[in-house]
Ligand binder design. Sequence first.
Ligand code: PLP
Length: 286
Amino acid sequence: HTAYVNGTYLPEAEAKVSIFDRGFLMADGVYEVTSVLDGKLVDFDGHIARLERSLAALDIVKPVTKDELLQIHRELVARNGIDEGLVYLQITRGGAPGDRDFAFPDPGTTPPTLVLFTQSKPGLADNPAAQTGIRIISIDDIRWGRRDIKTVQLLYPSMGKMMAKSAGADDAWMVEDGYVTEGTSNNAYIVQGNQIITRPPSSEILSGITRTAVLRFAEEAQMEVAERKFTLEEAKAADEAFVTSATTFVMPVVQIDDVALGAGTPGPVAQRLRKIYIEESLKTAI
Ligand code: PLP
């Protein structure tokens, strides 16, 4: 497969960056994951808008234009024959040979690093996990306070995923002051009666691109949405729960810690939203 590194397309095994890259040394970089359905990019504009916000928050200069980014995404999708899957994009602050300093280098001397690759994921839309739903555990949210920036600083979410695995679950929800913040790599929702409840965007969570789209589709379908924090206790007593992300779309949650939700099977609201999300996303994918 072909990857992209700083202006060059090359075989994945030959795609390399410097050991002095601050992405490697300091997790000084940001990323985006855009899903591909039917060979087309889902919500590309949303992902690039968030990328620009992440870069601006860290004072990293965007190395190429949005049009060029679209062209690179499409080129990789075409070269790698991706029908269903994802495009991963990362931009780091770069780094000069021999340098390792906490202070940022002068942007004039160290250009940012731009890297993209694809992953083929047949069955993304027809995901069998959506039929059974996923089981989650709760863990403390001990991440830093700027979770709205999509940085590559992913060690704790990665550890959370491992804690879930060793507990025989699929994923973890993080909890701060009794309230659920989000999943390791997704936004969290509960359903009480007909109401969909999810935490409002703030520096405490990543504002999901899928989240924004799902809430819009829910409102268009006259479903009731409340953007507010919810506790872990409320979640365990909820009728349904689900998560959203670019690669899982809408994924029903059927168990939280030791508590099965509702009938222990995917709930009707989550299933309906998943269907709407996939149908609508396909219509606007580019
Ligand atoms: N929250 C976190 C911590 C994430 O890592 C992600 C995605 O990776 C999301 C939420 C969902 O964001 P999106 O819908 O843009 O994929």
